[in-house]
Design a protein around this ligand. Structure first.
Ligand code: SF4
Ligand code: SF4
Ligand code: SF4
Length: 337
């Protein structure tokens, strides 16, 4: 019999980076081991889903669920982990707001299958075989989880207690949560965002800011930016202005623009819309005054050419939880099969 608290870490549609942030606890892993028992974590512990099914409801103290909901399996596991856990945490940007997997919401499921299994030059598939949920072979019926039309956040599927931003979250923030559990609380109100601030990355960025006016959007590979001046002022698309603080402005500190992984700042409805409006307000349109409309359009198109992927830039981490939810939209009914 152990006094250790049972915890679980589960991945839905995930890249595995959130698990790495757990490994990044470094020395705290010993404290983790002293206080918690990892009862379920497919990439680290050899317990099976049936072991979890056999547990009483609420038996797991806390589950860190990373990854978005893309398949039947992800959805089933979200319900199972919700039932078995006292506290369910949407851990990281994918579980919290869809993140990179949700950029696929811009296309239909058929388009993904076509790109992956038919038009892919590294695939040899002359018969055009596509994944099906059930296949009969000599040994019996093989089943695959259904691939949904749309990626959803964890909270769009089951009630979530806490949200932890970041892609992946910073390990010291994870430790802050675990320390709270070790101390026995008190836990923040349910529904809280843990590990993020209440302002924007710009508020914690030490770079000097002036009146911004840019005449061109530049890509990071084009030049070495001045290390002291705001990157947005230098024409780099830094999302800091539309991103929640809490990471310590890690990317601008390393002379790279913020990609927006901490998600929507407090008081902002939609990260991409906020960034688009910021961009609109800092484009230098002074030289355009008096020009014919066609010339203005060409000039603005030339400025925006520096940003080849609008959705991937503005909504890299928040498309599933944005007002748009992707080109398919929230009202598109799920196609079964
Ligand atoms: S939040 Fe980032 S690190 Fe975590 S699973 Fe998603 S893509 Fe990977
Ligand atoms: S836009 Fe980027 S570089 Fe400029 S202040 Fe904000 S976080 Fe820093
Ligand atoms: S600077 Fe932006 S992209 Fe980088 S870690 Fe912080 S929130 Fe994420």
């Amino acid at each position: 019999m152990t006094n250790k608290r049972p915890v679980a870490i589960y991945w839905g549609s995930s890249c595995g980076g959130c698990e790495i942030s757990v490994a990044n606890l470094h020395d705290h892993l010993l404290d983790f081991d002293a206080n918690f028992q990892l009862v379920f974590c497919p990439c680290l512990v050899d317990t099976k889903v049936d072991d979890v099914r056999a547990m009483p409801d609420g038996a797991i103290e806390v589950t860190l669920f990373n990854g978005a909901i893309r398949t039947d399996e992800n959805e089933e596991m979200a319900h199972l982990m919700r039932r078995k856990s006292k506290v369910l945490v949407a851990y990281g940007a994918c579980a919290s707001s869809g993140s990179i997997p949700a950029l696929s919401n811009l296309h239909r499921r058929e388009d993904h299958f076509r790109a992956a299994y038919l038009d892919n030059p590294s695939i040899d598939n002359p018969e055009g075989v596509l994944p099906t949920t059930s296949t009969n072979v000599a040994e019996g019926e093989l089943k695959l989880p259904r691939f949904h039309d749309r990626v959803r956040t964890l909270a769009q599927v089951v009630p979530v207690d806490y949200f932890v931003p970041g892609c992946p979250p910073e390990s010291h923030q994870l430790w802050g949560i675990l320390e709270l559990l070790i101390a026995g609380g008190p836990l923040p109100p349910r529904g809280s965002l843990l590990g993020g601030g209440r302002k924007t990355v710009c508020d914690e960025c030490a770079r000097e800011r002036h009146d911004k006016k840019i005449d061109r959007i530049r890509r990071p590979y084009e030049f070495a930016p001045d290390p002291k001046t705001c990157l947005l002022e230098q024409g780099l698309l830094c999302m800091g202005v539309a991103t929640r603080d809490g990471c310590g402005a890690l990317c601008p500190q390393a002379n790279m623009p913020c990609n927006g992984c901490y998600g929507i700042p407090e008081g902002v409805l939609d990260q991409g819309a906020k960034m688009a409006s910021t961009l609109g307000s800092i484009l230098d349109i002074e030289p355009l005054k008096g020009l014919p409309e066609e010339a203005i359009r060409r000039h603005i198109d030339a400025i925006l050419d520096g940003m080849p992927d609008y959705a991937g830039t503005f909504y890299k981490f928040t498309l599933a939880s944005s007002l748009l939810e992707g080109a398919l939209g929230k009202r598109t009914p799920e196609v079964k099969g």
